[in-house]
Design a protein around this ligand. Structure first.
Ligand SMILES: Cc1cc2nc3c(=O)[nH]c(=O)nc-3n(C[C@H](O)[C@H](O)[C@H](O)COP(=O)(O)OP(=O)(O)OC[C@H]3O[C@@H](n4cnc5c(N)ncnc54)[C@H](O)[C@@H]3O)c2cc1C
Length: 431
């Protein structure tokens, strides 16, 4: 293969975000793009996701991101001449406490303002759609017909193929060592195979983005956090056309996998990692001991068992775990690197990078083109956390908490700021 030494736009990372960005830029914007991937395309977080596409989210902006991805499925299918494999089985959201009912009501208000279709259904209807479900404890149940799931690896490959068809170059087995800045402008990437000159860089290296940004003095407010799910053995109660279930009171979700059930359950405290210590390949990272692998399910046993009474009798045959980059406030990081022209950051996916991929890519394209975006970009700015140490154990803890709490993520960041100020003040008092 010829050595590449220049490109107009270099995208660092060939996960779902990098490939969606490449597709957006090459196909819709007719820009010249090169994706540089250290391992295999889609081989990191993007091959491990449960692939839920959940259109009803806490904010209208999040709903917009997901709507872009749903629209992309149709476009990719048309341009590739074959379906991308989206299983539009619908999503059932069950609130079983006053708190989650309040959150669900707020989500439907966001849906109303963003045009996301949903309807309220009763317990009987939910149990008809999901015959294994007990909805006895439900206060409110929403049905979202546009929801479903997709194979995340195949989606990443679909973005990559469509990007290639539009002229993008996508190269694996090239590692970026640093982003080269000249006179305040990103002008090249230094790789393990030489320097690639460019006019713009998009940093989409997932959990590994932080250290590349830190080299430039830009702390990214995120940390790699473990996510996981289990897959049962075949069972006649489960069927491929059953909807996705979101069960916030059990911090859990389910989706069908043919005649098996995928069960995701968040632990009270997910492990977070210092990104500087990650191996280059997620496959070589230990995802916890055999015992730890069951903790998430054991912790949620009673709460989940209330919805899935047969939980204890199910045969769990697979455990899938991987890292997602969580920010301390639960919002992705998408925007221009402060003080560095030509560098755009697209990372900190907060466990929703598959569902929001095309929306993120659209924002990146708007930024590169110098256009306004449909959604307000301010909340996603890379520099919104101010000056801080992204590798401090307290900060890593807050990112883990953002996953655990999900909807409580903003208060996690606020708590971090309070703790940081308190530490600083007590430090000052002692000196
Ligand atoms: C268990 C699990 C379940 C999940 N479930 C869902 C879900 O249901 N729905 C959903 O929307 N999301 C889900 N997610 C989250 C989703 O997987 C991520 O949001 C998404 O894959 C992030 O994509 P990415 O491109 O940012 O990162 P990645 O897929 O990790 O891609 C980053 C790429 O950058 C490359 N890279 C890193 N450093 C360099 C370098 N220096 N040079 C070149 N290349 C580099 C890496 O090799 C990697 O391929 C889940 C995640 C996990 C782990």
């Amino acid at each position: 293969m010829n050595r590449i030494d220049e490109a107009e736009i270099v995208v660092i990372g060939g996960g779902v975000i990098g490939c969606a960005v490449a597709w957006q830029l090459a196909d819709r914007e007719r820009r010249s793009v090169l994706v540089v991937e250290r391992n295999d395309i889609g081989g990191a977080a993007s091959s491990r996701a449960a692939g839920l596409i959940t259109p009803l989210r806490p904010s209208a902006a999040d709903n917009w991101f997901v709507a872009q991805t749903l629209a992309a499925f149709a476009e990719l299918t048309a341009s590739l001449g074959e379906p991308v494999g989206f299983r539009q089985v619908g999503t059932i959201l069950i609130a079983a406490s006053p708190e989650s009912e309040t959150r669900l009501t707020a989500m439907t208000a966001a849906a109303d303002s963003s045009g996301t279709a949903y309807e309220w259904i009763d317990r009987k209807e939910a149990e008809r759609r999901l015959p294994w479900l007990s909805a006895a404890g439900a206060c409110r149940i929403a049905w979202v017909p546009s929801g479903g799931f997709i194979d995340p690896y195949l989606l990443t490959q679909a973005y990559a193929r469509a990007a290639r068809a539009a002229g993008a170059r996508i190269r694996s087995r090239i590692a970026v060592e640093r982003i080269v800045i000249d006179d305040g402008r990103a002008c090249a990437v230094q790789t393990d195979q030489g320097r690639i000159a460019c006019r713009a860089v998009v940093l989409a290296a997932g959990s590994w983005s932080g250290p590349l940004a830190s080299q430039l003095g830009l702390p990214l407010g995120m940390a790699p956090v473990r996510s996981h799910y289990w897959i049962t053995g075949p069972d006649p109660a489960f069927a491929a056309d059953q909807p996705v279930a979101l069960l916030p009171d059990a911090a859990s979700y389910t989706r069908p996998e043919q005649n098996r059930l995928v069960i995701g359950a968040r632990e009270a405290r997910s492990p977070s990692y210092d990104a500087r210590t990650l191996p280059a390949d997620m496959g070589s990272l230990s995802m916890g001991s055999e015992e730890e692998r069951w903790n998430g399910l054991i912790e949620r046993r009673d709460a989940l068992g209330a919805f899935l009474p047969r939980l204890d009798a199910l045969d769990m045959v697979h455990f899938i775990a991987g890292l997602s980059a969580y920010t301390a406030d639960g919002r992705q990081i998408v925007g221009p690197a402060p003080g560095i022209a030509g560098l755009t950051v697209a990372t900190g996916c907060c466990g929703m990078g598959i569902a929001t991929s095309a929306g993120i890519a659209k924002i990146v394209a708007d930024l590169i083109a110098g256009r306004p975006s449909t959604v307000d970009r301010e909340p996603y700015r890379p520099d919104r956390f101010g000056s801080f140490d992204p590798y401090h154990p307290d900060f890593l803890e807050q990112c883990a908490l953002a996953r655990t709490a999900k909807s409580g993520a903003v208060s996690a960041m606020q708590q971090y700021a309070v703790d940081r100020d308190r530490h600083q003040r007590s430090g000052e008092g002692q000196s």
